[in-house]
Design a protein around this ligand. Structure first.
Ligand code: CO
Length: 134
């Protein structure tokens, strides 16, 4: 069911500083910052040969990562995203195995314009998992 790692997302309190660190200190290729108000984040993509790292900064009062940053003020790994071929099939099979899908259970269009779902971290060893249909 699981394909490649599509991205690893890190919540950061200061996107400009995190971008500078990845670009100038770690020597990675980074994108321009992109505001995604419908997801409550501003994101910078760190483009690596084998995957992407997404640096997420809260945007707006109802950002889904605001509470995470309150608990982890210096930032932290927020989620890992795996690719699947058929997200509805994956969801149905995971639900049948007892995994909980967050929200209303229906795929939403994610930051890359593709359908995504999130799975409950308590069902996956404390890790928030995103599935993206590619
Ligand atoms: Co993601």
């Amino acid at each position: 069911m699981l394909g490649r790692v599509n991205h690893i997302a890190i919540a950061v309190p200061d996107l400009e500083q995190a971008t500078t660190t990845y670009r100038d200190v770690l020597g990675a290729r980074v994108s321009q910052a992109q505001a995604l108000p419908e997801h409550g984040v501003t994101v910078v993509f760190v483009e690596l040969d084998n995957t992407k790292v997404e640096l997420l900064e809260p945007l707006g009062a109802e950002s889904p990562i605001a509470a995470f940053l309150e608990k982890n003020p210096s930032g932290g790994m927020h989620h890992i995203c795996y690719e699947v071929e058929d997200i509805v099939d994956a969801r149905d099979r995971l639900k049948a195995s007892g995994l909980r899908v967050l929200g209303d259970g229906n795929p939403k269009i994610g930051a890359h314009g593709k359908p995504v779902l999130f799975l409950h971290p308590k069902d996956l060893n404390g890790t928030l998992v995103e599935l993206e249909q590619v």
